[in-house]
Design a protein around this ligand. Structure first.
Ligand code: GCB
Ligand code: CA
Length: 892
């Protein structure tokens, strides 16, 4: 299979070549690579035996699995890729380049045993001229040595995202004539377009082209810029004749290109002109090379007190951040996912994207140009810097590459750098050394700022800061960029929601002369978790809903906030994280698989101009709760809408009409056991509607008298949360205290985790042996018993445990090599368990027998006779007994 694809790739290259010999060929070489982790001496030699190596296709990452598994750490080291490429003999009069769109993070290319070049940094394109290194008409061995090892000279040093290693974006061969537009100017297109003047009546365009004559003779070339209208018609063409000596390169600037009555580019009308830059022979007219770039005509301004203006009109910029990960893929995404992500953003009504925390795939950026999403792009300096020349130079190179590579994009208005750079200073607070470090951060910022302004004087610059306002002011970081950015999490990592606007008012006073952008805000959501008493750090959808309802209202109402980026468009991988979904930061408004959370729906109702009625919790399909004697359980349901009112029907019966306030209509809904069909209908236009089917599992309150028959019950102890186990089609419900005739716990306290962010309602441990971590992450400590007054019959009782108290060091180092050792000094508790008076567990010691943070499910069969019900007792031997969750299932 792999062999065949290798052959066909070669055939394609050959046939393309003979078919279109006039202009350049860009063709991917993503298939048929051999891959192995580790260091190898002769891996670049033709006769090296790679038969045992893995067959891989690019985009590829070697951390797809180990960054998601239950073993802390992931491989950060060296790996090799190899393949042969037969280069047609016809290429020998051509130029051949290889381009890498993204390799994380250090790369060395070797061809036929010779080192061709190296590149540092995981997020920008790089291109090597390989013409002289190839054997034409023969097989060439391409070997790529890649490392994602921690390197103090390469940003990011640490960050809240997984640094997946590998060649994770396309690799292309570029074949051009010896007369060509430069392919090697820091990965750019070789053409730089600016629009010094744009207004409603006219636009002026300037185009700079880097042209090379790599022949052994002089050349007279025609360099032509053809501008196509958004409809694709040729609008104008300007050409210049350029004389180039053998081997000479030249930069050509074409000024004063005028476009009358321009069709302006904006999120609502992303009119795209195109510029074809072509070089040809003045005598024969033979076209040697051609490059196409987008051209958007727009003018813009970020103001300090009135927000952002595009083409003279005030526009609030609302959107998200974005990381380049997807469920089970790491960084290795196909083009289609990048494309789909921008469609997803646009479909929410957004007009803004912070391309965080690093430059991303060009196909994503193209989508922003095409769909009208305004972007800020940044280089990945995160949390901290290294105070040395190598780090500084690498930052400057990255900034230069970023600016040149996305230079022509109408969507990009902002260049950013240094995300929360004062978050993890390596020196003691208030020490002299720390003050010096802050100064060095400031001077690095000034260097990057100068370099970006030199490369691109027209655009804005931005530094996103974290909550420690004064530190940024002190280090000069609020003064250096043209815009200041704030990543704010009041009401998540600490404090309350209103801390958000208080912080901003204060910041505005202290930094009165800069435009403001909220570069991040968000709250984690595991969409399987829900609560009607939401709490900070409970990971429920409902808590994040409250958070976003508050923040979005403030953002919209403060005129001096130019824009805001939700953290994040989607959940993303962050290996060191624990909590509900280990190794994942779940602040996305969609999941790792882009399933929409309620927060996405809320913004959709807020931002879209077309009518919206959508029932919240569209992915919470299995619900449950305690029903009254009539078998009814009343729970809230939110409808998101931009209509004035909404009517809701449950199984065909109207539940009345509710006014929509701040894009939400709140209903109290009587759920019945089994299927519940809800229809929400706009009060303004009955064709605008939404339907949601929910399978409701009603649990009787009174097990003796209620009509509902008992089927099963799943209770999470110490918890106010509901958990939908989608895999097993089970709904877990919050605990309650036992009362006669009913069910519940007796005795004990809910477990809480004490963290530097305050007490939290659940553990942050990655629970080993389960994907249903939240079922095990809460517990009742010191529980005496759990009773159910069920009728006679045969039952299975499942007792779920995980020891949540441990002093083991869970935090892995950002630069570990995947071999962290866990300390095992565990919390001691020993207890007995009796069911209906029979001792079923003696001296249960969870830590000793299984290790802390391990999911343990013990199943017991219980025959209930003579109306005795089920009584599970926990008897202390040492320490306090615990129970994390209980499932009771009626066999018959
Ligand atoms: C931040 C960081 C971002 C994190 C985010 C979070 O401020 O800039 O990289 O992922 O907070 O979720 O904590
Ligand atoms: Ca791992």
């Amino acid at each position: 299979m792999k062999k065949n694809s290798l052959v066909s790739t070669i055939l394609i290259i050959v046939s393309c070549f003979t078919y279109a010999s006039n202009t350049r060929i860009i063709s991917s070489i993503n298939q048929a690579w051999k891959f192995s982790k580790g260091e190898f001496q002769n891996a670049s030699q033709l006769n090296f035996d790679d038969s045992k190596w893995e067959n891989v296709t690019i985009p590829h990452t070697w951390n797809k699995d180990d960054a998601l598994d239950e073993i802390p750490g992931f491989y950060r080291g060296t790996a090799w890729y190899r393949r042969t490429i037969s280069v047609p003999v016809e290429y020998k009069d051509k130029k051949v380049f290889i381009s890498f769109d993204g390799v994380n993070q250090e790369t060395e290319l070797l061809i036929n045993g010779l080192s061709i070049g190296t590149h540092l940094g995981g997020y920008t394109r790089f291109v090597f001229d390989i013409t002289d290194k190839l054997k034409f008409g023969e097989k060439n061995i391409f070997a790529v040595k890649v490392s994602n090892m921690y390197n103090e000279n390469i940003p990011p040093l640490s960050a809240d995202f997984t640094f997946f290693g590998g060649i994770y974006r396309d690799v292309n061969l570029i074949i051009t004539d010896k007369n060509h537009i430069s392919t090697t100017d820091s990965g750019s297109s070789g053409v730089y377009i600016t629009t010094p003047k744009v207004n409603d009546n006219e636009a002026t365009v300037e185009i700079k082209t880097l042209v090379k004559n790599e022949n052994t003779f002089d050349q007279k070339l025609k360099v032509e810029n053809i501008i196509l209208s958004p409809k694709g018609e040729t609008l104008l063409s300007k050409s210049v004749v350029l004389k180039l000596k053998a081997g000479e390169s030249s930069t050509l600037l074409q000024k004063d290109i005028r476009i009358e009555n321009p069709l302006l580019w904006s999120p609502d009308s992303p009119n795209l002109y195109k510029v074809i830059t072509r070089i040809s022979d003045t005598k024969t007219n033979q076209i040697y090379d051609e490059v196409m770039n987008p051209l958007g005509l727009r003018w813009y301004e970020f103001t300090t007190d009135k927000g952002f203006f595009l083409n003279g009109k005030s526009v609030k910029l609302i959107g998200t951040n974005r990381h380049q990960t997807y469920l089970n893929m790491g960084y290795a995404l196909p083009d289609e996912i990048h494309v789909a992500d921008i469609k997803l953003l646009k479909a929410m009504g957004a007009n803004f994207l912070r391309v965080s925390h690093y430059p991303q795939d060009h196909i994503l950026m193209e989508m922003c140009d095409k769909l009208g999403i305004i972007c800020s792009v940044e280089i990945p300096i995160v949390n901290a810097i290294t105070e040395n020349e190598a780090f500084t130079n690498n930052c400057l190179i990255m900034a230069h590459e970023m600016v040149l590579q996305d230079f022509n994009r109408p969507s990009v208005l902002i260049w950013a750098y240094m995300n929360e750079v004062l978050l993890r200073p390596p020196f003691a607070k208030d020490s002299i050394r720390n003050a010096e470090y802050f100064k060095n951060v400031g001077s690095l910022a000034a260097k990057i700022e100068n370099q970006i302004r030199k490369d691109d004087p027209a655009r804005y610059t931005l530094i996103p800061s974290h909550g420690n306002l004064d530190a940024y002011i002190e280090a000069g970081l609020s003064e250096i960029p043209k815009i200041v950015g704030f990543n704010l999490y009041q009401g998540w990592y600490g404090g309350v929601f209103s801390g958000f606007e208080e912080y901003l008012e204060n910041a505005k006073k202290k930094i009165p002369n800069k435009p403001f952008i909220i570069t991040e805000y968000g709250a984690d959501v595991d969409p399987r978790l829900h609560s009607f008493q939401p709490q900070r750090f409970d990971y429920t959808q409902e808590y994040a809903n409250l958070y976003h309802e508050h923040y979005s209202k403030q953002i919209m109402s403060l005129p001096w906030i130019s824009g805001a980026n939700i953290w994040n468009l989607s959940d993303f991988y962050s290996e060191e994280r624990g909590y509900a979904v280990p190794h994942v930061n779940s602040k996305g408004i969609t999941g790792l698989n882009r399933e929409k959370k309620d927060t996405y729906l809320q913004y959709q109702a807020m931002l879209l101009k077309k009518p919206v009625v959508v029932i919240g919790g569209e992915n919470w399909k299995i619900r449950g709760g305690i029903a009254d004697a009539n078998g009814i359980c009343v729970q809230p349901l939110k409808i998101y809408s931009n209509q004035s009112s909404v009517e809701l029907f449950a199984n065909g019966k109207s539940l009345g009409i509710q006014k929509v306030t701040d894009n939400i209509a709140n209903f109290k809904v009587p759920f019945v056991d089994g299927e519940n069909i809800f229809d929400a209908v706009s009060g303004d236009n009955s064709t605008i509607r939404d339907q949601l089917k929910i399978d409701f599992r009603a649990v009787p309150e009174n097990l003796k008298t209620d009509n509902l028959s008992f089927k099963e019950i799943n209770v999470m102890l110490g918890s106010k949360r509901y958990f939908e186990d989608k895999t097993n089609s089970v709904i877990w419900i919050p605990e309650k205290e036992y009362s006669k005739g009913s069910w519940g716990y007796i005795g004990g306290q809910p477990f809480t985790t004490r963290t530097r962010h305050g007490a939290q309602p659940a553990s942050d441990l990655d629970i080993i042996g389960t994907g249903n971590d939240p079922v095990f992450q809460t517990a009742r400590i010191g529980i005496e018993s759990f009773k159910l007054d069920v009728s006679d019959g045969k039952y299975t009782v499942y007792l779920n445990w995980a020891e949540l108290q441990t002093d083991k060091e869970l935090k892995t180092l950002a630069y570990n090599l995947g071999n962290d050792v866990l300390k095992d000094d565990f919390y001691k508790r020993v207890f007995d368990v009796d069911i209906n008076g029979v001792n079923v567990q003696k001296n249960l010691n969870l830590t000793e027998e299984y290790g802390a943070g391990t999911a343990i499910i013990k199943k017991f069969e219980v025959d209930v006779v003579k109306g005795e019900g089920i009584n599970i007792q926990f008897r202390k031997v040492t320490g306090e007994p615990i129970l994390n969750a209980i499932r009771v299932y009626k066999n018959y």
